[in-house]
Design a protein around this ligand. Structure first.
Ligand code: ADP
Ligand code: MG
Length: 239
C-alpha cells in the first residue's frame, strides 16, 4: 500500500496535510497521535469511507483514488474494524460473518459457512456461532467483527481504536487475536492507544500531529528516541 501526498479537507478545515508513506505486504503499522490529529480520517481515506481531497492511494497495483475505481470493490479488498463493533443485531454471529461473502461475493451458503467456521475458530469463538451479538461480551463482539472483516479475504486490514470501547479485562483477548493475525502475514494499519501493543507488534509507528505525518519509525526508535518535540510531549502524556 502506498500513500502519496494525501490531503483531506472538510469544508475549510484541512484535516490531512500531505501524508506519504508505503506499507509493504505483511507489514503492521501502528498509527498514534493526539485526539483530533486526523488518524481516523487517514484510515477512512484508505478504504474510501472518505474521499481524499488530493493525493493518491495504491493498494497493491491498484490506484483506489482513481475516479473510475469501483468503491465497493475497494471496500471488499480493504477490511475495517471500528471502535464500536457495528454487528448486525438481528443476525447470529455466524450469519454476521456469512452475510457479505454471500451477498457481495455470491458465495454459496455452504462455502460461506465453511469459511465462517474457520474464522470463528481462528478468533476462538466457534462455540458462539449461533448466538446473537447481544449475548456476547464486548471483547467477543470485537472478535466477531474481526472475523467478519476477514471473511471477505481482504488484502489489507484497518483497525480504528479496536479496543478503546472495551472494558479493560477484554482488551487483551482482542489484542491477542490481532497479534496472531499479524503473525499470519496480514498487512495491517492500526490506530491505537495501546502503546505496549504498538511496541511489540508493529513494524513501524506513524505519529500524526495536526494532519501531518511527523514520525514514521520502527517502535524501538519511536519509543526510546523520538525525533520531534511533539512526539516527545505526546509520549510523556501517554506512557
Ligand atoms: P482522530 O481520529 O485523530 O481523533 P479525526 O480524523 O477523527 O481525528 O478528526 C480530525 C479532525 O477532523 C477533527 O477536527 C474532526 O473534528 C474533523 N472531522 C472528522 N470527520 C469530520 C467530518 N465528517 N466533517 C467535519 N469534520 C470532521
Ligand atoms: Mg479517531
Amino acid at each position: 500500500m502506498t500513500v502519496n501526498q494525501l490531503y483531506k479537507s472538510f469544508g475549510k478545515l484541512e484535516v490531512l496535510k500531505g501524508i506519504s508513506t508505503t506499507v509493504s505486504k505483511g507489514e503492521v503499522i501502528a498509527i498514534v497521535g493526539p485526539s483530533g490529529s486526523g488518524k481516523s480520517t487517514f484510515l477512512r481515506c484508505l478504504n474510501l469511507l472518505e474521499t481524499p481531497t488530493k493525493g493518491q492511494v495504491w493498494i497493491g497495483n491498484h490506484e483506489i483514488t482513481n475516479p473510475k475505481v469501483d468503491i465497493m470493490n475497494v471496500r471488499e479488498n480493504v477490511g475495517m474494524v471500528f471502535q464500536h463493533f457495528h454487528l448486525f443485531p438481528h443476525k447470529t454471529v455466524i450469519e454476521n460473518i456469512m452475510y457479505a461473502p454471500m451477498t457481495v461475493k455470491n458465495q454459496s451458503k455452504n462455502e460461506a459457512e465453511t469459511v465462517a467456521k474457520h474464522l470463528l475458530s481462528q478468533v476462538g469463538l466457534l462455540e458462539k456461532a449461533s448466538e446473537y451479538p447481544a449475548k456476547l461480551s464486548g471483547g467477543q463482539k470485537q472478535r466477531v467483527a474481526i472475523a467478519r472483516a476477514l471473511a471477505m479475504a481482504p488484502e489489507v486490514m484497518l483497525f480504528d481504536e479496536p479496543t478503546s470501547a472495551l472494558d479493560p479485562e477484554m482488551v487483551k483477548e482482542v489484542l491477542e487475536v490481532m497479534k496472531s493475525l499479524a503473525n499470519t502475514g496480514m498487512t495491517m494499519a492500526i490506530v491505537t492507544h495501546e502503546m505496549g501493543f504498538a511496541r511489540e507488534v508493529a513494524d513501524r509507528v506513524l505519529f500524526l500531529d495536526d494532519g501531518m505525518l511527523v514520525e514514521d519509525s520502527p517502535p524501538a526508535e519511536f519509543f526510546t528516541a523520538p525525533k520531534s518535540q511533539r512526539a516527545k510531549e505526546f509520549l510523556e502524556k501517554v506512557l
